[in-house]
Design a protein around this ligand. Structure first.
Ligand code: NZQ
Ligand code: ZN
Length: 390
């Protein structure tokens, strides 16, 4: 394993009464609050009213940025930053899924810069050390943004979708009441679940030559939880146990704990972000299409034992198979999970995507060099994987 430093300063309030603490928590950071939310799901499920009441009960002054898009745009974050500057906002409160939280982080970072333009930070890969405090109320178990240091921002003018990172982007507090994910549509539940799964899978093989058994076991436990509870949540959207398991799995997958001692890397994520940058597809669905093809592409004598172990530990394959056969069975089990259990469409062509931009997307995904990981992928490799997804 590698040496590591671990710190995560997010305070998580988890459970049915989490919002009872919201007003007091926000107040620690100031009185002028920008509430950021998406297309209106929080108005339909009552969360908007609950949040506004909690904020007002503490005598805080509320401003709003609504209409954050799935795959949040830099232009929306800029709009929020302007509101912050104009109204001397103290704290940014995100209420929604990963897109809303990411946009709020973009707002918080841009608001303390001279230009107020988030893309100035994103395009220069600036590590954000200074931002307004962000507080997140989570409604979708998926991205881990509620506990991590990343905000993924899209620029649709240039077909770019890039992660903005920084210590200052870790939310000061996250509020996770699984009940607020009851209204999540089945498709988003499936996509979110696969996003969680893939955050772990992307990092699973990277402890290096010396393994780190505890972390590998943690990772497998999180993936197993997704395999077990995602279908339950899809069938019974109001199953608290299922929603709670997925929500905490979302936070665990990217809060740094499962990265310990590994070389965090993200081959599928690098490839998927290009798909959503060019075609505005749902992130988790893109990942589900790419992941089994990626494993098929990297399968060789060196990777076969690890891929087979994944099949045994996560999907319950029997032990004792020949390693190559076992690895193929593991990939088959992953495909069954993605395309049958989660019911996601299997091919990029099903989403209206053809080869037109594969070359440019592959080059972007490799950021001018290659994607490292269990197997280094050049732009030519990435293009090949995209073709396998057609
Ligand atoms: O817009 P609203 O009304 O909020 O509706 C959303 C949206 O239409 C809806 N939704 C969310 N919670 C709901 C709900 N509808 C009913 N009831 C609820 N409780 O679901 C739709 C999708 O929401 P979105 O926030 O886009 O989904 P998700 O949480 O999957 O976030 C995806 C974004 O996060 C990025 C993705 O690339 C994508 O842009 N990621 C962020 C990461 C991070 N910050 O660390 C890492 C991830 O790998 C990922 O890249
Ligand atoms: Zn993801």
């Amino acid at each position: 394993m590698k040496d590591f430093i671990f710190q995560n300063t997010d305070r998580v309030y988890f459970g049915k009464n989490a919002l009872d603490y919201l007003g007091a928590e926000i107040k620690k950071y100031g009185k002028r609050v920008l509430l950021v939310y998406g297309g209106g799901s929080i108005k339909k499920n009552g969360l908007y009213d609950a949040v506004v009441n909690a904020v007002k009960a503490e005598g805080l002054k509320l401003f709003e940025l609504s209409g954050v898009e799935p795959n949040p745009r830099h232009t929306t974050a800029n709009k929020g930053a302007m509101i912050c500057k104009k109204n001397k906002i103290d704290v940014v409160l995100a209420v929604g899924g990963g897109s809303t939280i990411d946009c709020a982080k973009g707002v918080a970072a841009a608001a303390v810069t001279k230009s107020g333009e988030v893309w100035d930070l994103v395009k220069t890969y600036t590590w954000v050390g200074k931002a307004l405090p962000v507080i997140a109320v989570l409604t979708n178990a998926a991205t881990g943004s509620e506990m991590d240091e990343w905000a993924v921002i899209s620029n649709m003018d240039t077909n770019e979708k890039i992660g903005l990172g920084g210590d200052a982007l870790i939310p000061k507090a996250a509020f996770e009441n699984p009940e607020y994910s009851y209204t999540l549509p089945e498709y988003q539940t499936a996509c979110g679940a696969f996003d969680i799964f893939n955050h772990v899978l992307d990092n699973y093989y990277l402890a290096g030559e010396d393994s780190f058994d505890l972390i590998t076991e943690f990772q497998e436990a999180v993936m197993r939880a997704v395999v077990k509870w995602a279908p339950v949540a899809m069938k019974e959207p109001e199953n608290y146990e299922a929603r709670a398991n997925l929500m905490w799995a979302s936070s665990m997958a990217l809060n740094g704990i499962l990265d310990a001692g590994t070389l965090h890397n993200c081959a599928c994520h690098a490839m998927e972000h290009e798909l959503s940058a060019y075609y505005d597809i749902t992130h988790g669905h893109g990942l589900a299409i790419v992941a089994p093809r990626w494993l098929t592409y990297i399968l060789d004598e060196k990777t076969a034992p690890q891929i087979y172990r994944f099949g045994v530990k996560v999907f319950g394959l029997k032990e004792g198979m020949e390693e190559f056969e076992g690895a193929k069975a593991a990939i088959k089990a992953l495909e069954t999970f993605c395309f049958e259990t989660l019911g996601l469409k299997k091919n990029l062509s099903d989403l209206g995507i053809d080869e037109t931009h594969f070359k440019a997307m592959a080059e972007h995904a490799c950021r001018g060099s290659a994607i490292t990981g269990p197997k280094t992928l050049t732009p030519a490799d990435v293009e090949e994987i995209y073709k396998m997804c057609l």
